[in-house]
Design a protein around this ligand. Structure first.
Ligand code: GLC
Length: 439
């Protein structure tokens, strides 16, 4: 008891200090709008009782089970799921509106990895004392990094995400081709596969090209996989380059040459998954969650037992994934923050993550789960997934991420829909990003 109390006092002290640091930095001309305001001690993780959990539409189907496991053990601290839309941008919009209204309607937030800087700088989420999350050192380091802002912890990684190339192993085998390592190999494989009678009417490839966060992901992967960058290691945008152009042109030409079906301009993750499951694609770029769903033998997938995954292909060798994933943070305006912190600990525990992998094929953040021999045997996607995550590139870690991603989406969508020549789109994007990313 005594330990707990002094521990809590320390947490308050920490929160007060960090609150002041953040307050100072918000006044220091950072590129955020300051926001937040209010009590410096807002980070104290106090109060127990029922909480809510705001999260994007659960396409995995297993979240209710995870939350039910918590609820059965914590009858006085139940978690109510507040399900938000499927698209990342729409989720962000609702969370931002909620935070701007200082509403306590959302306690724990399931945050896309790209939102940490914005939510932390605006103090919409509470800084988390690292010593209350002793298992952080056992998670993949790149995932922990996504939960930090200015070296301080604001959110705990619960799922990671790395892009994978799903392919029809039955068709490739019949056509006598190996999974491709480059875009040219992929197109050559399609020439052979699409000549098979069973592949009649299918298209070569699709990713996510609707105008939303998934397009930022797919555009960044194309640029990185051609040797370019959107924002360089030095934090500066550098997208008006021959390498970035080669990446964007690959996608633009894919649509022009009908290797990518015209319908893919409306694909988010779920539309792409359905097309692949219906047998309309030879190759499909998507996240690991698709593995379990496309493999279902209940009649919902036509490709169960007929697909495999490989690393993403690139221009002259293996491609580069964009790092995805989700971290749990606590709303600054929430009640019952002590319960919220415990719920985050529970959901990020090795036991819960293992249970989730077994059901959903979502990417865990615990390093040990990728090395577990039994799991690897059962889930052969884990090895290419780990490689995808370890070599993945992060999207820009900036406070104005909402504006940055909109600029990227505008540029990429303009080029893909033939409204802007690719070179022009990149020149314009460079100008726009340079004005948005000034630090
Ligand atoms: C997945 C990723 C996330 C990404 C989103 C794009 O949910 O985990 O990081 O932003 O897809 O649609």
């Amino acid at each position: 008891m005594r330990f707990e109390r002094s521990h809590a006092r320390r947490a308050v002290a920490l929160a007060v200090t960090s609150g002041l640091v953040l307050l100072a930095s918000a006044c220091g001309g950072d590129d955020g709008d300051g926001g937040g305001g209010g009590e410096a001690a807002g980070g104290a993780l106090e109060g127990r009782g029922p909480i809510t959990f705001a999260t994007g539409k659960d396409t995995s189907g297993n979240l209710v089970n995870q939350v039910a496991a918590w609820n059965s053990q914590h009858p006085d601290e139940k978690v109510e799921i507040k399900e938000l839309p499927e698209s990342a941008d729409a989720q962000r919009q609702q969370m931002v509106q909620n935070a701007q209204a200082k509403s306590d309607a959302f306690s724990v937030l399931n945050l896309d990895v790209v939102w940490t800087a914005e939510f932390a700088a605006n103090r919409w989420i509470t800084e988390l004392p690292e010593d209350q999350f002793p298992d952080l050192g056992k998670l993949l380091p790149s995932t922990v990094d996504t939960g930090k802002y200015r070296d301080k912890l604001f959110a705990v990684p619960v799922t990671s995400d790395g892009g994978l190339l799903y392919y029809r192993s039955d068709w490739l085998q019949k056509a006598g081709v190996q999974p491709p390592k480059t875009w040219d190999e992929m197109k050559a494989a399609c020439d052979k596969v699409l000549a098979l009678p069973e592949a009649k009417g299918a298209s070569c490839y699709a990713g996510q090209f609707e105008k939303y966060e998934g397009l930022t992901v797919n555009f960044s992967e194309a640029v990185n996989s051609a040797g370019g960058v959107v924002v360089g290691e030095d934090g500066k945008p550098n997208v008006d380059t021959p390498e970035a152009l080669a990446g964007l042109e690959e996608l633009v030409n894919g649509f022009k040459n009908k290797e990518i079906p015209a319908a893919a301009i409306t694909y988010k993750e779920e539309e792409g998954r359905r097309a692949f499951q219906e047998g309309k694609l030879v190759f499909h770029r998507n996240w690991p969650y698709v593995y379990a769903l496309a493999g279902k033998t209940d009649g919902s997938s036509k490709v169960a037992g007929k697909f495999q995954v490989a690393p993403l292909p690139g221009k002259s060798g293996p491609g580069v994934s964009t790092l995805g994933g989700h971290n749990y943070g606590i709303s600054e305006f929430a009640k019952n923050k002590a319960t919220a912190a415990d719920f985050i600990k529970f959901m990020s525990s090795e036991e819960r993550q293992k249970a989730n992998v077994e059901k959903t094929s979502q990417a865990p953040t615990w390093a040990s789960l990728y090395d577990d021999p039994a799991l690897n045997k059962q889930f052969p996607y884990l090895a290419p997934l780990k490689a995808s995550i370890e070599t993945a590139k992060s999207r820009p870690k900036v406070i104005k991420y909402g504006d940055v991603t909109t600029a990227i989406q505008d540029a990429a969508y303009g080029a893909l829909t033939n409204k802007t020549p690719p070179k022009q789109a990149l020149t314009d994007l460079q100008t726009k990003l340079s004005s948005l990313i000034t630090q």
